[in-house]
Ligand binder design. Structure first.
Ligand SMILES: NC(=O)c1ccc[n+]([C@@H]2O[C@H](COP(=O)([O-])OP(=O)(O)OC[C@H]3O[C@@H](n4cnc5c(N)ncnc54)[C@H](OP(=O)(O)O)[C@@H]3O)[C@@H](O)[C@H]2O)c1
Length: 341
């Protein structure tokens, strides 16, 4: 794929059929490092499709990659600048070209998937098997909210063994992953308590949680021990021992985030969790979520049926992509932020 071939100066002119505009970063930094840039339209390699992007949803992962923060991110994504310089990992749109070896897709298919980036551009090329189909009854802006945050929440609930009748606490329930964790746990038949910021209380209550409280007005050290089968920690600020005493013996704390070290990020907390879990009856399990199109497909089915209606705090136009990323950068998102063409 050659989406990254810069065709001209960073000032976009009227795109021709062979060019398109993308928001592209040439170094790590805040949203201001993005420039709207004219590049060649991608040509699919044999196993790829080209998707015309209708919508992309933003995640805190986009901010970490944009900023290269923690520094460990740069080892994985590129030392001086990200190898995929156009942010936007959640992509929903229409297939406009297919590679020679692709048999699973046709031009005109509506698809959604988590890819390595490119959602903040007109078109993106990615492996065909990264995408799930979107039925006509589901709008592409809603579909775009699903893959990364929904997939992470799904995998967190799996790791915590959450199912029918489970008692679950979601700490940090107000953001993208948090709102999906609450709703998906409710749909699994769990009894869900949630802690979130004051601004998110009403939104989280509407997702079906049994009890919703202000995270900053609640001291987890005061909670009754052994109260839950699983704790899903997305806020990442409570001490591990405090979280662990909340689950019953045999239960699990799933660590979705945590650790503010500028260089190593969550690695220290992950290591401490592993050490504390040696021989323990209450496990601390660190989540490393990966893109799973088969989970995206199940999320699409739930959204199409109306059971899953992801809360969207705000929708930005692609022309305002920097403002959209700046909003996510505040860390105060309630639900999801969507960017549409
Ligand atoms: N382990 C993995 O594989 C994995 C995968 C994806 C994401 N993550 C992590 O999950 C976390 C959430 O990701 P996301 O994409 O859902 O982020 P997001 O949509 O930007 O959510 C923002 C999060 O920040 C919290 N928040 C709200 N107001 C805040 C404030 N004033 N100060 C500090 N925090 C505040 C929110 O919780 P409340 O409103 O509930 O307070 C919410 O959990 C991130 O730390 C991300 O790195 C981990």
């Amino acid at each position: 794929m050659n989406t990254d071939a810069v065709r001209s100066t960073p000032t976009p002119s009227t795109p021709s059929p062979t060019t398109m505009t993308v928001w592209r970063q040439s170094r790590y930094g805040g949203p201001d490092v993005l420039a709207e840039t004219l590049v060649d339209r991608p040509v699919p390699s044999p196993d790829e499709v080209v998707v015309e992007v209708a919508a992309s949803s933003l995640n805190s992962a986009d901010i970490r990659i944009l900023r290269g923060d923690p520094l460990l991110v740069r080892l994985a994504f590129g030392l001086r600048r990200p190898r995929t310089p156009v942010p936007g990992r959640d992509v929903a749109g229409t297939v406009v070209a297919i590679g020679d070896a692709v048999t699973s897709r046709r031009v005109g298919d509506r698809v959604v998937g988590e890819i390595s980036g490119g959602g903040l551009g007109e078109c993106v090329a990615a492996s065909a098997d990264r995408f799930a189909s979107v039925p006509d009854g589901l709008d592409l802006a809603t579909a775009a909210t699903l893959p990364l945050a929904g997939g992470t929440a799904w995998q967190a609930l799996d790791l915590g063994g959450v199912g029918e009748g489970s008692r679950v606490l979601v700490v940090g329930a107000g953001g993208g992953v948090g709102t999906f964790a609450v709703r998906l746990a409710v749909l699994r038949g769990a009894d869900v308590d949630a802690l979130c910021s004051a601004a998110a209380l009403d939104v989280v209550a509407e997702l079906g949680a049994t009890r919703v409280r202000d995270r900053r007005a609640t001291d987890l050290a005061d909670e009754t021990p052994d109260s839950y089968d699983a704790v899903i920690d997305i806020a990442g600020s409570a001490p591990l021992r405090v979280l662990r005493r909340l689950v019953r013996p045999g239960g699990a704390v799933v660590l979705v985030s945590g650790g503010t070290n500028r260089v190593f990020g969550p690695l220290g907390r992950i290591l401490r969790a592993a050490v504390l879990s040696i021989g323990a009856r209450r496990r601390l399990r660190s989540l490393v979520a990966v893109a799973k199109p088969e989970i995206t497909a199940q999320l699409v089915a739930l959204a199409a049926s109306g059971d899953l209606q992801p809360p969207v705090e705000r929708t930005f136009r692609r022309a305002d992509a920097r403002a959209a990323l700046a909003h996510v950068d505040t860390g105060r998102t309630v639900g999801k932020i969507v960017v549409t063409a």
